[in-house]
Each structure stands twice: as C-alpha cells, then as structure tokens.
Design a binder for this molecule. Structure first.
Ligand code: DGY
Length: 320
C-alpha cells in the first residue's frame, strides 16, 4: 500500500508503518502544498495520512476516486466531508483519547491564564511597564468553588471537569447531545440546557465536535446571557465562536475574559484586535502539542493505516 503523509509525524508512527512494509511518501517540503499538488499526489497513492487542515470536501473525493482510506492526525474530523466519504465507502480514522489529557491541560492553562490575566502581565514586563506594587491594579479572580460549564462532555471535557473539580472544587454543569452517566456519577456533573449553561457558568469551556449546526453558537446573543464575571474557553474549534461578538463582549464588560487555543481563521493574523486585549489569552492551536500526545497520535494514525492495508476495520474509525 502507498500512503501519502502531508507533514512529518513522530517516528513512533513512521516506524510502525515501515515495519509493515507500507510505502510512505512524506511531503518533502516544509511548504503547504497547493490544492492541485495535493490532489495530484493523493491520486497517486492508496491512502492519505493527513496532518493539518486540508479541506477534504466532495470535490477532493471526486478527484481522488482510487483513494481507499484516510487517517487523520487529529481527533477532530471537521476537515472531512463525511457524507462524501460514506458515499464512496472510504473509512476515515482519527486519534481519540491520546490527546485528551494534553488538550484538557491546555483548557485548564487558559482558564487560569485568563483568570489571572497572565498573558497581559507578561506583556507588561516586555513593554517595560512593570511599575511599583499597586494594590488595586489589574487584579484577577480566584476559581475556588465556582461553576464550570462544559459544552460537549466527551473525553476531553471529562478530563477538564475532573481537573477543575480536583484543583478548585468547582461545581460541574454540562450540556451535551446525551447524558454522560460517568460524569454524573464520578464528578456529580449536572446536565443542563444550553440557556442554563450560559447563565450559570463562571467558566464556560467548549469541548464538542464541531459541525456546521453549531457554527458560531457562541455569538452576541449567547455572550449576552453569560455572567459578567464569566470566562469563555475554546480549545475545540474557532468556528464555535463569532470573533467580533467575542471582542464586543470582552470590551463591553459583558463577559470577564477569554482563553482561546483555536481561532477562525488559523493562523490568526498578527494584528488581530483580540491580541491587544488584557482579558484575552490566545494560543496558536497547541492543545495536543506535547511529546506524549503527538507520539500517541502518530501510533493511532499508523494503526488506522495498517488496518486499512490488511483489509481490516480501522481501530479508530469515525464513519463505519
Ligand atoms: C485535533 O486533534 O482535532 C486537534 O485540534 C488538532 O487538530
């Protein structure tokens, strides 16, 4: 089997593929391929191991009729038109679980960073603005005993809730497609409707799978229902929030702060006004960027390709 890998991945995955005699071509350039180059190389291969954010839409599937399977180097699969893949019986694999700890750590980090305005304070030092002790200036807020609202309580949301409960004794409320009985039992988490999630959360953290149905769900209307002391955290996908509405909420004391690991578009432009705000912390989509998580993702993606090469069901398949 010939597999095209769009960007290099940790050796743990490459070694597994080589062990099985799978022929791999890794994009030899540091550059992102043009759409034409990308499609051409996919047409020449049996499978794709996709690292990053290629748009695998209907047109892509139409132009690559010989493709037998796709292994994503991500847990999110919003880059793939699953209907198009299903129509052609093309399995799509992802990398669940292995990045739940790292991604929830990032949400936790952003929550604390926003609560203590740590990015802003760091910038003050860089800008030579560290002045005499001031008992009143730029204060943060503590999280002890506050309410954490989770939008999308799957594996990553569960780990975020677990950390917040253990560290700060936070009360957990959540909104999800269905009840998470484990979270209700283990964390005393309470299922609430979306309106209640908005109105009761002191910290609202997004951990759902992105679909077009929840595009910009966190918009002017949603922010207006949140508490003035609340912190909005998004480590899932940038398309969950409307950026202008978030800016408006942050600059008009509608919400207190925000922590984002994801933006729309990515990369975020250097002159984005959110980067100037003292109450907004932005990271460049590094949720899974630990050695441990990325090694795990490489192994999952390789296991998906190996299963495909052996005509078996992918172990982490999102559409079969
Ligand atoms: C994921 O795994 O979905 C991360 O967001 C990286 O894309």
């Amino acid at each position: 089997m010939n597999v095209f890998i769009t960007k290099n991945i940790p050796e743990a995955g490459i070694a597994l593929l080589k062990e099985k005699g799978i022929n791999i071509t890794i994009n030899p350039t540091e550059n992102v391929l043009s759409r034409e180059e990308f499609i051409k190389i996919c047409q020449e291969n049996d499978a794709l191991l996709n690292v990053g954010s290629s748009n695998l839409d209907e047109d892509f599937f139409e132009q690559c009729p010989n493709l037998k399977g796709i292994a994503l180097f991500s847990v999110g699969f919003d880059s793939v038109n699953i209907e198009s893949a299903n129509k052609r019986k093309i399995p799509v694999g992802n990398t669940p679980d292995v990045l739940s700890r790292a991604t929830s750590d990032t949400a936790f980090l952003l929550m604390q960073s926003a609560a203590r305005k740590s990015f802003f304070h760091h910038k003050r030092i860089i800008n030579g603005e560290w002045e005499a002790f001031d008992a009143l200036a730029n204060l943060g807020q503590e999280l002890y005993g506050k309410t954490l609202g989770i939008f999308g309580l799957g594996r990553i949301g569960f780990e975020m809730a677990q950390k917040c409960k253990a560290a700060f004794g936070m009360k957990i409320i959540y909104h999800n497609r269905s009840h998470n009985e484990n979270a209700e039992k283990e964390l005393d988490a309470e299922f609430v409707n979306f309106e209640t999630l908005l109105s009761q959360s002191d910290v609202l953290s997004v951990h759902a799978n992105y679909t077009s149905e929840n595009n910009e769900l966190f918009n002017k209307d949603a922010f207006s229902k949140m508490k003035p002391n609340s912190i909005f955290i998004n480590t899932a996908r940038g398309k969950f929030h409307n950026e202008e509405d978030l800016y408006h909420a942050l600059t008009n004391d509608i919400i207190w702060g925000a922590g984002l690991d994801v933006t729309n578009p990515e990369p975020m432009k250097q002159d984005n006004p959110l980067l100037e705000l003292p109450n907004c912390c932005v990271l460049p989509h590094i949720g899974s960027a630990t050695y441990e998580a990325r090694n795990g993702m490489a192994v999952c993606a390789a296991q998906n390709i190996i299963a495909l090469s052996e005509n078996k069901k992918m172990p982490f398949c999102v559409n079969e």
